[in-house]
Every structure is written in structure tokens, then in C-alpha cells.
Design a protein around this ligand. Structure first.
Ligand code: HEM
Length: 421
């Protein structure tokens, strides 16, 4: 199995096979551009060319497209993969509870084993003692990201960040214990759901003598290839969701997301809020009401005062009869803060389960936010939304969990070493 290209850290490396090894315009574009802007940018460039009706020589020659299944995201690096990584189509989040007898040495063994599994699987290799090695060969951008709950850190005898505890209670919460908390988080994401299922199974098989599953949440976004790379996802209300978000690779992103202190330096905090979305009552709301509830248009995701998705909203604009065009109670207005420290990085997934009890849907959002300091960044936003947010009429938080996500590791290291060594 070829190793990732040198310098491919955090970039997404399409592996090439057969006819694509031959020089082609596409290869020149991608190969030449990867070094400068990263593979995702190159793929965007390639996409733009195709939109202009240009074909590549590889295509003219009938050569196969590079398979998305071959795409690698390096497991190793200063930060864990799966955070700044462009969100893959499928993700499974698993909260585990440690068995009572597992001590610090046991945690070290556990994290060494799981890090080794993740390193192998993300480069398209079978894990040790993999009973279905064929399912490992198409990682499709697989990432495995680990988080430590308060119980995990307590077991090490060391202190965690002050915010590493359950969130304060909010009046909108209707939390169900089966979706809350946990000692260890696995976030497994890939563009291929078979890859996710296999990686999850391998990790859980190796974790089972140390920890048991507390909850599992499976989520999805647009399938790979359905929308252009970089398109903001839609949630199941039909809203464009994720527009105002720090951009990975920028100073703002680094400041918002990466912790700088102690064993968590280079890591971050994750908040997972399972939020039910009542599609059945949402259906009864007219389009104008739906757009007012968030302050953005449904078709383009543009603010109600703008024309394009990324236009800056004008909160001072008023209608002919003097009401704000973007209502004070809209989700966007309430979620936004003037405080540059109150920013989070959202990376949500949809869920859609078989309905029961006469309902026609059981859907929602696995709301996922990364931030360096949960108390300073996430909590004040959630408090404002708790006080007032029209979207609360149709959304209900039913699960809540907070984890510290340790930094990444080098190929000879393991995730959690800064806490466990
Ligand atoms: C099911 C629950 C939720 C839905 C459907 C939802 C949907 C949306 C939508 C459609 C937008 C506008 C487009 C965008 O910028 O992404 C938005 C913005 C935002 N949401 Fe949510 N959201 C939910 C929960 C939350 C929660 C729990 C928080 C944090 C506590 C949150 C924080 C934000 C922030 C910070 C923005 C950007 C506001 C700005 O423009 O500055 N959202 N959300």
C-alpha cells in the first residue's frame, strides 16, 4: 500500500492507479497545485475546469477517474484529523464508558491500540487481526478522532480544563440519558458508509476489554459528488447550514479551535448536542416564516438583507413598516455575538431514523461544535439561544456531551500521550 505523499499532512491525497499514472493535464494540475494550495483546492480547480466544459486528456483517452475511495487523510500531525478536515459524507459518533478496573496504564494501552488501528485504517490498511481486511482498502477520506470525557481524565489522576464537565442545564433541553456524556469519544468519518462501519467495528472490538458502548449516533451530509466541493451542507429543514463558520487554515480558525495550555495544547473541545427537528410541525410553516426563523433565505442561504450566501447581514435594515428585515428573534441574530472570542466551529451531521408512534419522521441534527474553551465560547451562545430563538419552536436538544480532544501525534506516538505519559 503506498504511503501518503510527503507533506500531505491535513491535505487529502488521492491515490492513483493504472492509466492515471501516465502524465495527463489533470495530473499536472492536481500534482502541481497540491504543493501550493492543497488537494482540496486542486479538486476545486479541476471541478471549475469541468464546469467550463473542458475535458482532460485522461478523460479523452478513456482513462478511469481517480477513485474517491482511494483518498487519504493523514492520521498523524500536530492536530487530530477530522476537525479541520472538510466534512466527509458519513460520520458515526460513539460515546464509551470505561470499565471500572481500567487504570492509567490500561488507558495507555487502550490509546496505543486504538491509535494504531486508526493509523492503519486511515491509510487503507487492515487493522491488526482484521477479520475483514477487504473492507479496509477504500478509506474514502477516513478520519478517526478521539475525545476524552471528564471520567477518562479523572482516571489519569491529572486535571482537565475547567470546562470539561456536562453543560449547564438549559430550559429548552429535554435530554434523554441514553444520548448524554461518556468517558471516551470516537468520531469516525468517511465518504463511504461501509468504511465507517468497518472502522467502527474494528475500534470497538479492540476497545471492548477496556470500555463499553454508551451511545452511538450516525449522521450524514450530502453524498460525495452530489454537490461541488466546498458547498455548504443542507440540514433536513432544507436550510443551508454552516455558512458563518471559521475557515480552516486561517488565523481565526486556529484561535477559535486550538487549545494552547497544558496537555490539551494543540487539541480542542467538542460539544455534541443531539437535537430533534420536528419536520412534521415545520411543514405547517409557510416559506416566509421559515426564512424569518433563521434570518436567511432557503434557496441560497443568503441573509434576508442580501443576495448571495456569504453576503454580510445588515441587522439595521428595516421593512417599509419599520420592522427589522432580519428579526431580532431569528436564530442567526441570536447566535451571533460582537465578541470575537465567542465563536465556535460547527461541523454538524443530519440524522434520520425510522419514525414511530404515528409520526412520519424522526429526524434532526447531530450538532457538533469545536472550540478551545467551551465555557467562554459555546455556553454564552447556547444561553442566548435558550433565552430567545424562534427556531426553538421546532428544535429540541435531546442529548448533550462534552469531550476534550487531545492533540495529534507523530507516527511513533499515540493519541493521548501528552496526558498519559
Ligand atoms: C437543530 C439545531 C440547529 C439548526 C437547525 C441550526 C441551523 C442554523 C442555520 C440554518 C444557520 C444559518 C446559516 C449558517 O451560518 O450556518 C445557523 C447559524 C448559526 N448557528 Fe445554528 N442551528 C442549530 C443549533 C445551533 C446551536 C445549538 C448553536 C450553538 C449553541 C448554533 C449556533 C449557530 C451559530 C454561531 C450560527 C452563525 C451565526 C452567525 O451568522 O454569526 N446553532 N444555524
Amino acid at each position: 500500500m503506498p504511503a501518503p505523499e510527503p507533506g500531505a499532512r491535513r491535505s487529502e491525497t488521492p491515490r492513483r492507479r493504472g492509466p492515471l499514472a501516465a502524465a495527463s493535464r489533470r495530473q499536472f494540475l492536481i500534482g502541481g497545485t497540491v504543493a501550493a494550495v492543497g488537494a482540496s483546492g486542486a479538486i476545486g480547480l479541476d471541478y471549475a475546469l469541468r464546469q467550463n466544459g473542458e475535458s482532460t486528456s485522461a478523460e479523452s483517452a478513456g482513462a478511469a477517474e481517480p477513485l474517491n475511495g482511494d483518498r487519504l487523510v493523514d492520521f498523524h500531525g500536530a492536530h487530530q484529523a477530522g476537525i479541520a478536515t472538510a466534512a466527509q459524507a458519513h460520520a458515526t459518533f460513539i460515546g464509551l464508558d470505561l470499565h471500572p478496573e481500567v487504570d492509567r496504564a490500561g488507558l495507555r494501552r487502550l490509546m496505543r491500540i486504538l491509535s494504531d488501528d486508526a493509523a492503519r485504517l486511515t491509510r487503507g490498511s487492515a487493522a491488526l487481526a482484521d477479520s475483514e481486511p477487504e473492507l479496509a482498502i477504500s478509506p474514502a477520506g477516513l478520519t478517526v478522532t478521539f475525545g476524552f470525557g471528564p471520567g477518562f481524565v479523572a482516571r489519569t489522576g491529572r486535571d482537565g480544563p475547567a470546562w470539561l464537565r456536562p453543560l449547564p442545564a438549559f430550559s429548552i433541553d429535554r435530554l434523554q440519558p441514553e444520548w448524554n456524556d461518556g468517558d471516551l469519544l470516537l468520531q469516525v468519518a468517511s465518504d463511504d458508509p461501509i468504511t465507517v462501519a468497518h472502522a467502527v467495528r474494528m475500534l470497538l472490538k479492540d476497545a471492548r476489554s477496556f470500555a463499553g458502548v454508551r451511545w452511538t449516533q450516525q449522521g450524514f451530509r450530502h453524498a460525495h459528488g452530489t454537490v461541488a466541493p466546498g458547498t455548504t451542507m443542507r440540514n433536513l429543514f432544507g436550510q443551508v447550514d454552516g455558512t458563518t463558520n471559521p475557515t480552516p487554515g486561517t488565523d481565526t480558525f486556529d484561535r477559535v479551535v486550538w487549545a494552547t495550555d497544558g496537555w490539551l495544547a494543540g487539541g480542542t473541545g467538542i460539544v455534541i448536542r443531539r437535537t430533534a427537528m420536528d419536520l412534521d410541525t415545520w411543514d405547517r410553516l409557510d416559506r416566509g416564516g421559515r426564512e424569518q426563523s433563521v434570518g436567511r433565505r432557503l434557496d441560497t442561504g443568503a441573509p434576508l438583507t442580501g443576495a448571495a450566501e456569504h453576503d454580510e447581514p445588515d441587522f439595521t435594515a428595516t421593512t417599509a413598516i419599520g420592522f427589522p428585515v432580519i428579526p431580532e428573534f431569528s436564530h442567526m441574530r441570536r447566535a451571533r455575538s460582537d465578541n470575537p472570542d465567542e465563536v465556535i466551529f460547527r461541523r454538524a451531521y443530519n440524522y434520520d431514523l425510522p419514525p414511530s408512534g404515528g409520526a412520519v419522521s424522526d429526524s434532526g441534527l447531530i450538532f457538533v461544535a469545536y472550540q478551545a474553551d467551551v465555557d467562554a465560547q459555546f455556553v454564552p451562545i447556547q444561553r442566548r439561544l435558550d433565552e430567545l430563538d424562534l427556531l426553538n419552536e421546532w428544535t429540541t436538544p435531546i442529548g448533550s456531551a462534552v469531550f476534550a480532544v487531545p492533540p495529534g501525534c507523530a507516527p511513533d506516538g499515540y493519541i493521548g500521550e501528552t496526558l498519559l505519559e
